[in-house]
Design a protein around this ligand. Structure first.
Ligand code: ACM
Ligand code: ZN
Length: 746
């Protein structure tokens, strides 16, 4: 359809760009014109789908099954029509027209049809569907999500639930991390013991950590579910696996939703479970641990290579998609250095070292995959010994962007999934949703994104995620920001995205009783001060959030005090807060200190200059305290607490000077950093954001009398590096220091 025709149609339906009741779509669509009327979902309706879209029609029926009973009819009689139109360009392109009487989807692919259904599902969230015309297509062809089911096991029903939400948010690749050191989860005919033994284990260090978290945070979603335990030969064991029938069922369920399934059987490292079952697969016939990672498969033994191929031969039969993931990450090479067979393979093949041995194995497997019509994907370590063009690189190590660049420069396909942004198993904080949304993928390239970049992918590693509830808590709402990134280049208006994401939490997640991380409350710093007494006023971004609190140090529960319209504080107090969703899911525990204080008196100083002094040290340590014992590298004057131009590599910075404030008052600051940072004013630790960590914000208050006060800040960067400092205004917004608060030095 030509654009002019679209707008003629829009005029006919009385189009407008926005309506008060327009649902908030995630990801947002390229073009939408609303009409004035709505399409009321009928109790029964006729549906027609072109032959290639029959399964999509089935999916649509299932998605609306609780509201509409669909019957198959001719195109002329259909209320809902799914039509293939290959003349339309673009990735997963579709046009969705909703009039008061009919719904029509035209698409250029199966992916376009399921994307249109996702949009329709979201449009219908509140009941009637607003009349509209949408033109939409994807930014990336690869919109992936990976689930680790080895460290902790997720049932096929849980996997299918996730697939359904993936489809709702237009993800189309499901990477299933099926094996690792802690559990083998896929039944294979050639090696039945991999699951009869390898799927079960005694409680391990991850389980221990989960138990501790469950108790420390009074959080039952850290408890290993009862239904994932068996008793074998008197031992209570944890685990689970998928039969071949389960796998086929999941693959079919995904396919109907336009999702390809990429299995991963991690080799030659992360193979301890397989080695525990068949010890001769390893160099020294036993499962063991090396310096950092588990001891790998022995690549000197022909029988091990045969095992790898036999495993993948069965995998190929189960998974119809072309791409299959071999892992290839984090391979401990100590055993190979000491193993006569591995050394003999190295010398026989004329390889340089153990890195080349790993590379030889990946190439051997890539060729084996290719012979079977498959294409190998590996984690970015597979690039280290050189790549063949039949290898796709999944970039995960944020600190090794070089591997990603090397891959695309060599013309290999690559997927962006660097851990800093896409490892959603990492705990969230106040800044993480914004961080994913604001990741500037286009900004990584001088020109447009190269076509060898297939797309992006998020990952969930399950070491400390033993339940589906905890999995959803970690994924949402961050996965919605990944969805926005995968489908469209974000507009840059984070607050607008956040409003949409929050609407989804209330309208979809609460309605489905699906867990998510409750958005951060507002109205406080980590460290708060008051003079006399104070009234704590909290605000929650979601209307239905219930807030409970304690002042005696205990963890708040739904039996604790419920926050209504303020908490009066008259003495030093530790306030603990915990939110609950309307369906009873608990949020994180927030611990705040309230400190009774007087205004710190101003100090005297003469001959001051604008800005702060910043001293740079060659620092490699892990706490701010040690920075100035490292070698001094240079002195700078900076307008605020920020990394001076030209400072990089090992960074330890000590900022010193004064802050001048215009009146007696309580002043609020934040420090966001990767790694640690601290802020002291007049010798008081106002913000403690110390220690090695990824990007994290902490905030603090101090009561200051009008005039000058000593200010000192410290920052170090272990691996990554960012530093942001500013004030917090009365609405809780993070802002640059107001001009009236001056930073000065001697
Ligand atoms: C990985 O996180 N080892 C891919
Ligand atoms: Zn060996």
């Amino acid at each position: 359809m030509k654009r002019s025709l679209l707008f003629a149609l829009c005029l006919m339906i009385g189009a407008c760009a926005q309506r008060a009741d327009s649902p908030m779509l995630i990801p947002s669509v390229n073009e939408i014109e609303y009409g004035r009327k709505s399409f009321s979902l009928p109790k029964t309706a006729g549906i027609y789908a072109d032959s290639e879209l029959v399964s999509a029609g089935e999916y649509l029926k299932e998605a609306f099954a609780d509201r509409v009973c669909f019957q198959g009819v001719t195109p002329e009689d259909a209320t809902v029509r799914l039509l293939m139109d290959r003349s339309v360009a673009g990735i997963d392109t579709y046009r969705l027209s909703v009039t008061h009487a009919k719904v029509e989807i035209r698409c250029n692919s199966y992916g376009g049809a399921v994307a249109a259904i996702a949009t329709l599902r979201q449009l219908a969230v509140k009941g009637d569907v607003p009349c509209c015309h949408i033109e939409d297509s994807a930014r990336f062809a690869w919109r992936g999500f990976m689930l680790d089911v080895s460290r902790h096991f997720f049932t096929k029903e849980e996997v299918m639930q996730l697939l359904d939400y993936m489809a709702l948010y237009k993800f189309n690749k499901f990477h299933w991390h099926l094996t690792d050191d802690q559990g083998w989860r896929i039944e294979l005919d050639a090696y039945p013991e991999l699951t009869t033994q390898g799927a079960w284990r005694k409680p391990n260090n991850h389980d221990e950590e989960c138990m501790q978290l469950a108790s420390r945070q009074d959080d039952s979603t850290y408890l290993l579910p009862e239904d994932r335990h068996v008793t074998l030969r008197g031992d209570r064991l944890y685990g689970g696996y998928y039969t071949k029938t389960d796998i086929r069922e999941v693959v079919a369920y995904a396919a109907k939703r336009g999702i390809d399934v990429i299995p991963e059987v991690d080799m030659p490292g992360h193979s301890q479970r397989a080695i525990a079952v068949y010890p001769t697969l390893s160099c020294f016939d036993k499962a063991s641990w090396g310096t950092v990672f588990s001891a790998p498969l022995c690549l000197g033994k022909d029988q091990t290579i045969q095992f790898c191929k036999n495993v993948y031969r069965e995998i190929f039969e189960l998974f119809p998609y072309k791409y299959v993931h071999i892992g290839g990450d984090e391979v401990e090479k100590d055993n190979w250095e000491r193993c006569p067979r591995c050394q003999s393979r190295i010398s026989h093949l004329g390889l340089k070292d153990e890195k080349e041995l790993q590379s030889w194995f990946i190439k051997e497997m890539a060729d084996f995959f290719e012979v079977h019509g498959k294409k190998l994907i590996g984690w970015d370590e597979i690039e280290e010994g050189g790549l063949q063009n039949n290898q796709t690189v999944m970039w995960w190590r944020s600190w090794s962007e070089r591997s990603f660049r090397n891959a695309i420069t060599a013309g290999n396909e690559a997927i962006i999934s660097n851990n800093e942004y896409f490892y959603l198993s990492q705990a969230e904080n106040r800044g993480t949703l914004r961080k994913v949304y604001e990741f500037d993928i286009d900004g990584m390239f001088e020109d447009s994104i190269p076509t060898s970049v297939k797309g992006i992918q998020a990952h969930l590693w399950a070491e400390t995620i033993p339940t589906f509830e905890k999995c959803c808590f970690r994924l949402f709402p961050r996965l919605l920001a990944v969805s926005e990134q995968a489908w469209r280049r974000p507009s840059g208006d984070f607050e607008e995205f956040e409003r949409r994401a929050f609407a989804h939490l209330e309208n979809i997640f609460d309605a489905d009783s699906l867990n998510y991380r409750i958005p951060d409350l507002k109205g406080f710093c980590d460290r708060n001060v008051f003079v006399g007494q104070t009234m704590v006023k909290l605000s929650a971004p979601l209307q239905n959030t219930e807030i409970y609190y304690t002042t005696d140090g205990t963890i708040p529960t739904q039996a604790s005090n419920r926050y209504t319209d303020g908490i009066v504080i008259t003495e030093d107090t530790t306030l603990k807060l915990r939110c609950y969703t309307p369906t009873g899911h608990a949020g994180e525990i927030v611990t705040l200190s309230y400190i009774a204080t007087d205004y710190l008196p101003a100090v005297e100083a003469k001959s001051l200059y604008e800005g702060l002094q910043a001293d740079w040290y060659d620092f490699k340590g892990e706490t701010c305290a040690g920075i100035d014992s490292a070698a001094f590298l240079g002195r700078y004057v900076v307008p605020t607490v920020a990394i001076p131009q030209g400072v990089s590599g090992n960074i330890g910075l000590v900022f010193s000077g004064y802050i001048e404030v215009p009146e007696d008052g309580i002043y609020s600051f934040f420090l966001e950093s990767d790694d640690g940072s601290v802020l002291d004013i007049d010798g008081v630790r106002v913000i403690d954001n110390d220690g090695p960590h990824s990007r994290l914000e902490r905030s603090g208050q101090v009561a200051l009398a009008k005039g000058l006060h000593h200010l000192s800040a410290r920052y170090f960067d272990y691996n990554g590096g960012m530093l942001k400092f500013g004030a917090i205004d009365s609405a809780g917004q993070r802002i640059a220091l107001p001009a009236a608060w001056r930073l000065l030095h001697e």
